[in-house]
Design a protein around this ligand. Sequence first.
Ligand SMILES: *Cc1c(COP(=O)(O)O)cnc(C)c1O
Length: 328
Amino acid sequence: MSTTNLAVTYQDIAAAAKRLEGIARKTPVLTSGQADKQANATVFFKCENFQRVGAFKFRGAYNAISSLSEAQKQQGVVAFSSGNHAQGIALAARMLGVHATIVMPSNAPAMKLAATREYGAEVILYDREREDREVIAARLSSERGCATIPAYDHPDVIAGQGTVAKELIDEVGALDYLFVCTGGGGLLSGCAIAAAHLSPGCIVIGVEPEAGNDAQQSLRSGEIVHIAVPDTIADGAQTQHIGKLVLPILQAYVKDIITVSDGQLRTQMRFFAERMKIVVEPAGCLAAAAVMHRAFDFDGAKVGVIVSGGNVDMESFGRNIALAKPYS
Ligand SMILES: *Cc1c(COP(=O)(O)O)cnc(C)c1O
């Protein structure tokens, strides 16, 4: 597949890495003898649950806002999100002295509303049943003239997310496989570009929830497939379709997209807590669950796994852990 005319190049990721230096955390790469045994491979977990705001979204948000012109920064930014993107934008905007407006559904979890306000953003609530996000977006941008920063379908966001794989490969060297959690595909497309450049021959695989395999359908059919909001515990990957800029990047650099079940995600959450002593949200377990359930025959290979985030309220964490079957 052609790599010309893609929205993002490796140079964009290298530039994003420069902007993020000393700003984003250089997150740890963890290993586990138990994980290696279970996967029958050498596995490196890149732990973005330790990133600022608890997920990789801070990288793309900061890269996108810092790339705006001074005039655009004066006007502020707007984002639509009830999840980690909201907090990433809120914190990045505050660090850059830019006003952020976050549009969130009025039934978003109270914890997420509070966290977004704590990072200094103005939160505008809307009724998911009765109001249209697009109408609200159009009104905000005409009233305030501010730039909208989408959660994944934006070149500077994709470039920022790609710095996750760049850091991982810079630290551990070339990989045979790289598994990446997938929702709208911003993280996957950025990481795939970085891997193609820094570790040629590395096989890049996206992993999404079984209940919402739109990215898999889209990559396999070559057209963006839209689905209803998927019923899965992986709330960070409950997207209904991948991005327009994302699809051609996946076609150029991603071998396949596979799925895991909610049960497999629970088992992985438990493994991370019990064996590796880390709290990982369900969406953050997607890539690891595929590897630990041996979705591929990668015996003896060197495998990178992106752990995308750790934001989960302790009540639902407890419920999921209680329901989890251990690896046997
Ligand atoms: C946003 C998010 C994802 C999905 O990322 P995309 O770029 O939309 O594919 C996965 N995991 C976590 C924790 C997230 O916040």
